[in-house]
Design a binder for this molecule. Structure first.
Ligand code: NAD
Length: 247
């Protein structure tokens, strides 16, 4: 198993891509700590599904945009599992609209939840990894952050900044044997994209060389590679997972 006995902390893992990453990591032997904005029946069902894979699971309520909550969740994880080997900054939202119609709240919410969260969790978890001179961080960006996407100024800005953050932090913590990478998914079928009108979804799918949206499991497989020793010399990279789409 690729992640036997390791501890992974994953944000926003109650559903979607985060849940798929948690399930893949657990199947590879990692204990899982995850947070989400609410620990409701759906989050508890995710926890139960993970436990069935025979690993230890900690599910915690927390808003990723809160600096204090991030510190608390990292502390709870360290107390429960003794450390953090892998951090996945996955939680994210969209509040789409053309710039001229985008109000300040839509801008602030997306930047707080998508970008400040990455700072919050890295700030709390990096010292834990530095102590043991080992760690791996995966930040979930998006093709929108690389190429832009009309109607997503806020989202694209947050995801582009995650790329710059990833490359910079990789340079800062590489000497402590901590690898930092990002993934940039394209069009992935989750609750986030199912909110789109069917017509828009079909247009997206037609523009993808593989002629379909990706699955959360297809993102999880690449994250598993990046988290594992198979990627022991990979750091500061952004891996695009988009079915060949050039946005
Ligand atoms: P999703 O909406 O299905 O899941 C997001 C999860 O994050 C949910 O469990 C949600 O409750 C949680 N979350 C939201 N706000 C939070 C907060 N403030 N604090 C804690 N948890 C919070 O979305 P998804 O499609 O699984 O997206 C996961 C990540 O992948 C996001 O960062 C998203 O931007 C990115 N992404 C998705 C796609 C796609 O096509 N679905 C493409 C590129 C990138």
């Amino acid at each position: 198993m690729l992640l036997q006995g390791q501890t992974a902390l994953i944000t926003g893992a109650a559903r979607g891509i985060g849940k798929a990453i948690a399930l893949k990591f657990a199947a590879e032997g990692a204990n899982i700590a995850f947070c989400d904005i609410v620990i409701d029946d759906n989050a508890l069902a995710t926890k139960a599904e993970l436990e069935q894979l025979g690993v230890k699971v900690l599910a915690m309520q927390g808003d990723v945009s809160s600096f204090e909550s991030a510190a608390d969740i990292v502390n709870q994880t360290v107390e429960a599992f003794g450390g953090i080997d892998i951090l996945v900054n996955n939680a994210g939202i969209t509040r789409d609209g053309l710039l001229v119609r985008m109000d300040e709240k839509a801008w602030d919410d997306v930047l707080r939840i998508n970008l400040k969260s990455v700072y919050n969790y890295c700030h709390a978890a990096v010292p834990v990894m530095m102590k043991v001179r080992k760690g791996c961080i995966i930040n979930v960006s998006s093709v929108a952050g690389l190429h832009g996407n009309a109607g997503q100024c806020n989202y694209s800005a947050s995801k582009g900044a995650i790329v710059a953050f990833t490359r910079t932090l990789a340079k800062e913590v590489g000497p402590r044997n901590i690898r930092v990478n990002a993934v940039a998914p394209g069009f992935i079928i989750t609750d986030m994209t199912m909110k789109m009108p069917e017509e828009v979804r079909k247009q997206w799918e037609a523009s993808i060389p593989l002629r379909r949206g990706g699955t959360p499991e297809e993102i999880a497989k690449v994250c598993c590679f990046l988290a594992s020793d198979l990627a022991s010399y990979v750091s500061g990279q952004v891996v695009t997972i988009d079915g060949g789409m050039i946005a």
